[in-house]
Design a protein around this ligand. Structure first.
Ligand SMILES: Cc1ncc(COP(=O)(O)O)c(C=O)c1O
Length: 399
């Protein structure tokens, strides 16, 4: 079946409001070439190259052996909800209760569910740019309007409260913050985060904090805005175990929010996925409350790679790269090749990097900026060395 096939009856209008995830598209293009025997260096996937730690896998095996293989409550097991609340208290000093928690099928699922549960057609959602691709599509899907707030590349894409304030008005329903950021690795300073919280809470605007990369910080301590007094009224935490514990395939995320919002999301979830996989929930409880050494080991390795990638990118003539302070992405500026040899956009740049240099990267346009590409350094040093050499040669040949 091809995309051009004429249907007897059209696809619903709401599907035209969203586009295919560009990160997944690049990964699929790279996979297609790889299956044809082409030697591709893949920097596109936002996926740890580490195995899921053994204690977590053992918990899943035990769950299977004990036949923990049936439906659970739609919003997740009480055991896992308690584990999430305890983890959040231990790490950030919050005091969520299980009725303020929902377990979802990955972090993406809580972002989707909460936007569908809260955003009405015409509501505005403020999103700092560059942004993770999914925010835009899920807000559009709900009929909301995305309002993008620029950040300052010269200051490492950092965000300040004064960059958000001009966009807040009576139509603003929520602000979505992702710190550390995918794609830039920027980390929001605590005092600026608190100022943004003050701006949103006094106006009754929801502040969504996507804590997907919260444990991967290179020069600051893990922090949650949900620890602020009275944050529980307007802050919504979107969490994921995917990156922290190298569990992307297990599909476990969570939300922490006022109980009525959890109730609305549970209603929605009860008619779509129902509960996340029972076995994965057992493994997730072990991940959150078991030994945390593996997280430190991964962070140390990501730091080593971050240092290498940034230094290597900065060696390429004309390439600028802000230093990522968290997560595992670099977001270099490749303006130097734009307008040269038929490369006008970063989408074309990513296509040419794939076809000519055999390196898969994600174009910055997917994240709301026009001169960048995103490189994930969640891959081996050997691949980083090979891929950066290829990018260097490509840029020199095309600038
Ligand atoms: C910023 C951000 N939030 C949430 C997620 C969701 O992760 P998952 O659905 O795999 O748990 C991702 C994944 O790439 C992400 O980058």
């Amino acid at each position: 079946m091809t995309n051009t096939q004429t249907l007897a009856n059209p696809i619903a209008e709401r599907i035209s409001r969203i586009s295919e995830s560009s990160t997944m598209k690049v990964a699929a293009d790279a996979e297609r070439l790889r299956s044809q025997g082409v030697d591709i260096v893949d920097f596109s996937a936002g996926e740890p190259d580490f195995a899921t730690p053994d204690n977590i896998k053992q918990a899943a095996i035990r769950a299977l052996e004990q036949n923990f293989t049936k439906y659970t409550n739609t919003a997740g097991t009480l055991e896992l909800k308690k584990a999430v609340c305890e983890y959040h208290t231990k790490n950030f000093g919050t005091d969520y209760k299980p009725n303020e928690c929902i377990i979802t099928v990955g972090g993406k699922h809580i972002i989707f569910n909460l936007t569908q549960a809260l955003v009405n057609p015409g509501d505005e959602v403020v999103i700092p740019a560059p942004f993770w691709v999914t925010y835009k599509d899920v807000v559009n899907y709900a009929g909301g309007k995305c309002v993008f707030a620029e950040t300052d590349e010269d200051k490492g894409f950092t965000l300040t409260a004064s960059m958000i304030e001009p966009y807040l008005n009576s139509r603003t329903k929520m602000v979505i913050i992702n710190s550390p950021s995918n794609p830039s690795g920027a980390v929001l300073d605590r005092s600026e985060f608190e100022d943004i919280f003050r701006l949103t809470s006094e106006r009754g605007i929801y502040l969504v904090t996507d804590e997907c990369y919260c444990q991967f910080l290179y020069d600051s301590e893990p922090y949650s805005i949900a620890s602020q007094p009275s944050a529980k009224e307007t802050v919504i935490v979107a969490g994921s175990l995917s990156k922290t514990y190298a569990m992307t395939g297990w599909r476990i995320g969570f939300g922490l929010a006022p109980a009525p919002i959890i109730g609305a999301i549970t209603k929605l979830q009860s008619h779509s996925t129902s509960n996340p996989t029972s076995i994965a929930q057992k493994a997730a409880a072990e991940a959150l409350l078991g030994p945390q050494d593996s997280v430190k080991i991964m962070l140390a390795e990501y730091r080593r790679r971050r240092d290498f990638v940034v230094q290597r990118l900065r060696e390429i003539p004309g390439v600028k790269c802000a230093e990522p302070r968290g997560a595992f992405y670099a977001y270099p500026n490749l303006e130097v090749v734009l307008g040269k040899n038929g490369i006008r956009t970063t989408v074309q740049l990513a296509e040419r990097l794939l076809s000519d240099a055999k390196v898969a990267v994600v174009p910055g346009e997917a994240f709301g900026t026009n001169q960048h590409i995103r490189l994930s350094y969640a891959t081996s040093m050997k691949e980083l060395e090979r891929g950066l050499e290829r990018i260097h040669e490509f840029v020199v040949a095309n600038s």
